[in-house]
Design a protein around this ligand. Structure first.
Ligand code: ADE
Length: 242
């Protein structure tokens, strides 16, 4: 899958994309990252990418022409792939949205400065607007990395364990069960006996129960969307009694 990112600060994304799992995914040609500086498409002599707002008021607004030129030159006119604008006004990003975007062979991401982007970019170039949460960042670069990371790890071959994306927190609207590794006792705190019992069926049931409990305690909103078996419901009901 190819990601084309349009930003005024491409150097801010490089270190993360060139580290660890994403670096390895690019080396294996599962993903391709292309970073573009919108300023390279500014046509005036000072390479200005913003200007004063019509109607007055403070702040500057990102000019439409360098953004249109950059995205169209790289992705085609009209663009041959989804063009996603990162903005707090967008639809909320989630595991479901990551899965939805992961089906595309290519996506373009526009990381604007939040203060202002000429509305015509939104209206006539962008095909999707996404927010990573109800808070305001200084720009869309971190949100672009969040999308890339969440999408890339869903692609076959990116993670060592091919089952990992199905086991994730949020994959089935359940939080993950607690994990333990050696030592069996650390500072007097012991790993639950059942995990050392070797009884795989009981371990699996314990993990499922822990997921259910955790989700009910921390994210009851998620539990409402989860698909539960009769055994799950029985367990949860019994817990409420005790
Ligand atoms: N740009 C600034 N804040 C943002 C947010 N919360 N999500 C996406 N893009 C943003």
């Amino acid at each position: 899958m190819r990601f084309d990112v349009f930003t005024l600060i491409p150097e801010s994304l490089e270190p993360y994309l060139q580290s660890s799992i994403l670096k390895r995914a690019a080396e294996r040609h599962i993903v391709e990252f292309h970073l573009y500086n919108i300023r390279d498409w500014a046509t005036d002599k000072h390479h200005m990418t913003d200007d004063i707002p019509y109607g007055g008021g403070g702040g500057m607004v990102m000019k439409p022409d360098p953004v249109f030129s950059a995205v169209e030159e790289v992705t085609g006119t009209p663009p041959a792939c989804p063009v996603v604008l990162l903005t707090p006004q967008g639809r909320l990003f989630s595991q479901a949205v990551a899965r939805e975007l992961a089906v595309h062979p290519r996506i373009a991401l526009i990381a604007g400065r939040y203060e202002g982007l000429d509305e015509r970019v939104r209206q006539y170039l962008v095909t999707d607007e996404i927010s990573i949460g109800d808070y305001v960042l200084t720009g869309g670069e971190l949100p672009a990395l969040v999308l890339i990371d969440a999408i890339a790890r869903l692609l076959p071959g990116v993670l060592g364990d091919p089952e990992a994306p199905q086991k994730d927190s949020h994959a089935e609207n359940l939080l993950e069960y607690p994990h333990y590794t050696r030592p069996a006792e650390f500072r007097g705190w012991e790993v639950p006996d059942i995990l050392r019992s070797g009884d795989h069926a009981r371990i699996e049931r314990w993990r499922r129960d822990q997921s259910l409990l955790r989700t009910r305690q921390r994210r009851p909103d998620m539990l409402e969307k989860a698909v539960l078996t009769d055994k799950d419901r029985e367990f949860l009901a019994k817990q409420l009694e005790s």
